[in-house]
Design a protein. Structure first.
Lengths: 383, 120
């Protein structure tokens, strides 16, 4: 249970707030002046302090200043009916999470208190140079529930619950369409706040799928010159591995893209990944190269990498675990080496090398997973 | 600076950490271990030594003049993190994380910091 200290010399107002907060499950105590508030804060640990700007003859700012010494972990919220811009600035400088303008509704109060509680750990402040994708991934990994307000050429919002995107709105769009249009904005400003109650759920797919789908939509909307269209007349992925392997016995470099067999379509997709330098596909058992591509010849590495993966799988088995290695990310001085098992009848892996300066490894892992899953799906459909 | 004895409990404090050990890749033997539970860290140490060796051979075969900073292996239910020591690449830290409970970015960040402090 979270503990809130309400400080206001208007006791009837303080009691009304107390009632609202208790109704929402908070433990609440009231102080009618600054010295009483500090005395209570010394005696007991409060998560949030909610104080009026003027408490009797004292200034609420004095309380905020003293609170930093008495109870540094307590998050403060300032209430005021007539706070000036300078008051806002001072309150934030003194560590207040929010300045709540009077009059306010019980919903405003709850959102504010929840935000203060949410700030109970971690840092707050201003950052710059982050992409929206970076931010989303951080909240994904932190499994946070937040609203991200984005302002650029236009304004919009993204809503995350337990690290998953549940809703987005931008201009006339909602859901995944809004995610794509927000991610397409090249720059802007953003701010986070507590996730409001009752947010509609317009996004049902998982985070990674939504993110990749949005990025692909943006990518496809860009004019493209370097990658020719892929033929549709392939006969499926796993069935053609053997044929491709026999072709690769006498390596002659990548074939013309217009004649790409299906497994090389996977490589073609990875070629579009940020920082891509080279890729190859090899059979898990023999290390035989199915196809290869890029500025680093990965063929000499295939059999050794297959050995590393076999060793890993053997170790997993020896450890008595009923599990399999799905992917492997090796971080080196200048490159990322990323491997992923293909969902094919014949056990095989895709291996790509990425320039470390130009790659977001998390996004690369997600993208490769998606490429493999997509290939599996299209193979199952017999495309 | 911290010894293996001091670092190992800190590794176990990483969210989702099931077990961790410090391994000599020359012998495959552990210099120290903590946690583990159902995870047999002794077997893991020996087995992952072979993984590290094979991956190093791969780098050599590619003529890429660079060091392995870390390896992340994603299993269905776990993450396995391997981080060779910058001061002695014959040694590596091996951490097993519960995939459902781990924050991977945070785990890698903490591991990097602890590895820099470790003196063997």
């Amino acid at each position: 249970m979270f503990h809130v200290l309400v400080v206001d010399d208007d006791l009837s107002f303080a009691r009304a707030i107390e009632g609202d907060l208790r109704h929402q499950g908070f433990a609440v105590e009231i102080a009618s002046d600054v010295s009483e508030a500090l005395s209570q804060a010394r005696r007991k640990s409060f998560d949030v302090l909610l104080t009026d700007l003027h408490v009797g003859t004292h200034d609420g700012m004095e309380l905020l200043t003293a609170l930093r010494d008495v109870s540094p972990h307590t998050r403060a919220v300032l209430m005021s009916g007539f706070a000036t811009a300078r008051d806002y600035e001072r309150a934030v400088e003194l560590g207040a999470v929010r300045v709540l303008s009077k009059p306010f509704t019980p919903e405003d109060l709850m959102q504010c208190i929840r935000q203060a509680v949410d700030c109970g750990s971690g840092f707050r402040g201003s950052v710059h140079g982050l992409s929206l994708v970076d931010l989303l991934q951080m909240y994904k990994f932190g499994r946070r529930s937040v609203k991200i307000a984005v302002s650029g050429r236009s304004v919009g919002s993204l809503y995350m619950q337990d690290g998953d995107l549940v809703h987005a709105e931008h201009e006339d769009h909602t859901g995944e369409a809004a995610v794509a249009s927000l991610l397409a904005m090249p720059d802007g400003t953003l701010g986070t706040s507590v996730l409001p109650l009752g947010v509609p759920h317009t996004i049902s797919r998982d985070f990674q799928t939504v993110l990749l789908s949005a990025l692909r939509t943006i990518d496809e909307a860009r004019p493209r010159t370097e990658v020719p269209p892929v033929p549709d007349d392939d006969a499926g992925f796993e069935h053609s591995l053997d044929a491709a392997l026999s072709r690769s016995q006498e390596p002659q470099g990548p074939p013309p893209e217009a004649e790409l067999p299906p497994q090389e379509r996977v490589l073609q997709r990875t070629r579009q990944m940020d920082g891509y330098l080279a890729g190859c596909m090899f059979l898990a058992e023999s290390g035989g190269v199915v196809c290869f591509d890029g500025s680093i010849d990965l063929r000499p590495a295939a059999s050794l990498t297959a050995e590393a993966l076999r060793r890993k799988q053997q170790t997993i088995t020896d450890m008595g675990m009923d599990d399999e290695a799905e992917d492997l990310l090796v971080t080196c001085t200048h490159h990322y080496h990323l491997l992923r098992r293909l969902n094919s009848d014949i056990p095989a892996y895709i291996y790509i090398v990425l320039d470390r300066d130009r790659t977001n490894p998390t996004l690369a892992m997600i993208e490769l997973e998606h490429v493999v899953r997509e290939q599996t799906t299209s193979t199952q459909r017999g495309e | 600076m911290a010894t293996a004895k001091e670092i190992l409990p800190k590794l176990l404090e990483i969210d989702g950490c099931l077990g961790a050990c410090i391994v000599d890749s020359n012998s495959g033997m552990m210099l120290g271990a903590i946690g583990g539970g159902n995870v047999n860290l002794e077997v893991a140490a020996a087995g992952n030594t072979e993984v590290v060796r094979a991956k190093r051979k791969t780098m050599k075969a590619l003529n890429l003049n660079e060091q392995i900073e870390d390896m992340l292996i994603s299993l269905g239910k776990q993450y396995h993190l391997i981080r060779p020591l910058t001061t002695n690449d014959a040694l590596f830290i091996y951490v097993v994380l519960d995939r459902a409970r781990a924050n991977l970015a945070m785990a890698r960040h903490i591991l990097t910091g602890l590895e820099k402090q470790l003196v063997v």
